[in-house]
Design a binder for this molecule. Structure first.
Ligand code: LLP
Length: 422
């Protein structure tokens, strides 16, 4: 459930009419609902209360500091993958001891920054990384608290570009390399093994792969503990999928996910961490865009929007489908249906949000919302075609605030400098 609903034919985010925001900031823009973020966080927390995990929200899904602060106030920690994301989490008031630092390629500077910040743990993905981390920690005279990310060789059954759990993928330490890694660890003076972590992919809509991966990690945890390592934590990653199409069968709910975790881990004394991103932010955001014009072609119609693939990349990258709904529903006589491809103005055929969809009365200037755009929307946007980065707006009850200004053409071009040979 989210807080984007029609009131007398007009789409509202909580108690704010989306036309009001569009008039204030112009289109396109992202709009997030605080109540939805908070609700998703707490539904998940409730579903997992029997293990009482530290919920480290995956910052990459939506990293706006105001979004992070909204979640921090509910007690969220952060799962980060860069120095920049650590800086954002700290700015939002998330304590360093609630930050886990993931990622397959941390530089020395990244490691040093994380160690000096005092993050809870670094999730290490290879023996090579572990060696480098030991060197960096030694130089700083610190001990790095680590969790080993293991690759369970389990296919999450999601889109291949967001699958991370098979032996073909670059993520995690393979099962065969674990004994060697543990042996090497014993010799590393500045590393302390605290836990294990696993993350097999994103937008998973089937629970069986989660269960398979969790069972493997439990077995490994017990084995490592038995070997005498003072290991105490299990980080279960993120990955639970959301409904992009409200009419399609619903993916498993947090309670179902909770039951799997309960089944596997009920008898295991350990501290738990989870790293959900999309589940919290995905359906807490929309992207509002206006129809520039309807191009009636020979074979097809094209609804050309003012948003494009650079603003919301998911359809171009993963063939993702984001439901499109009008901000103002048409009434009675004015209603007519047009079949069109919904596209943006960028000079690529891949700049298409939807193919052959039925649009209700598509008139020039009409406002639409792309749903489920709160995760991996703004964070993945670019300035391709020298298009501005679009504003982000956060709603809370009857209030709204611009939480990122439009970054316009002038600001973009200003970053560039002319060589002195001109
Ligand atoms: N933990 C780790 C180590 C991750 O790599 C990710 C996501 C998460 C947690 C959060 O996963 P979530 O709960 O959001 O599924 N851009 C793609 C998604 C990439 C996910 C990358 N890693 C998309 O738009 O679908």
């Amino acid at each position: 459930m989210d807080h984007f609903n029609y009131q007398n034919g007009t789409l509202f985010c909580e108690d704010v009419d989306l036309n009001t925001i569009a008039n204030k900031v112009g289109t396109p823009f992202y709009c997030y609902s605080s109540a939805t973020l908070v609700r998703h966080f707490n539904v998940l927390k409730d579903a997992l209360k029997f293990i009482n995990p530290l919920i480290c929200y995956a910052v990459k899904a939506n990293s706006n500091v105001a979004v992070l602060k909204t979640l921090a106030e509910e007690g969220a920690g952060a799962d980060v993958v860069s120095k920049g994301e650590i800086m954002r989490a700290l700015k939002a008031g998330i304590p360093a001891q609630k930050i886990v630092y993931s990622g397959v390629g941390k530089s020395h500077a990244d490691m040093a920054f994380a160690l000096n910040t005092g993050v809870l743990q670094l999730n290490v993905e290879s023996l090579a990384e572990l060696h480098q981390l030991n060197i960096v920690a030694q130089k700083l005279d610190r001990t790095a608290q680590v969790a080993l990310r293991v690759n369970p060789d389990v296919d999450g059954g999601t889109h291949e570009k967001i699958r991370t759990g098979t032996a073909e993928d670059k993520f995690g330490i393979s099962w065969q390399q674990i004994p060697e890694t543990l042996n090497a660890l014993k010799e590393m003076s500045h590393i302390e093994l605290k836990g294990l972590t696993v993350h097999i992919g994103s937008q998973l809509t089937n629970l069986a792969p989660f269960k398979a991966a969790f069972m493997r990690i439990k077995e490994l945890f017990l084995d490592i503990k038995h070997q005498g390592f003072p290991i105490e934590r299990i980080d279960l990653g993120g990955g639970l999928g959301i409904a992009y199409d409200p009419k399609a069968p619903q993916p498993p709910q947090p309670e179902d996910y909770g039951k799997i975790i309960q089944d596997v881990f009920i008898d295991l004394p350990a501290d738990f961490i989870i790293e959900p991103g999309r589940l919290i932010a995905g359906n807490a955001g929309i992207m509002v865009s206006s129809l520039i014009y309807l191009k009636e072609g020979e074979k097809k119609n094209f609804a050309i929007m003012d948003a494009a693939m650079n603003d919301l990349m998911r359809p171009a990258l993963y063939d993702a489908k984001h439901a499109l709904i009008p901000i103002q529903q048409s009434m009675g006589d004015e209603r007519h249906l047009t079949i069109a491809d919904v596209v943006g103005p960028v000079c690529e055929t891949g700049d298409r949000f939807a193919k052959d969809v039925e649009l209700e009365s598509p008139t020039e200037g009409k406002l639409y919302a792309f749903r489920s755009a709160g995760a991996y929307g703004a964070t993945m946007s670019s300035t391709y075609n020298t298009r501005p980065l679009i504003p982000e707006v956060l709603v809370k009850g009857e209030n709204f605030a611009i939480i990122r200004q439009r970054i316009n053409e002038e600001a973009l071009i200003k970053q560039e400098t002319m060589p002195d040979w001109f």
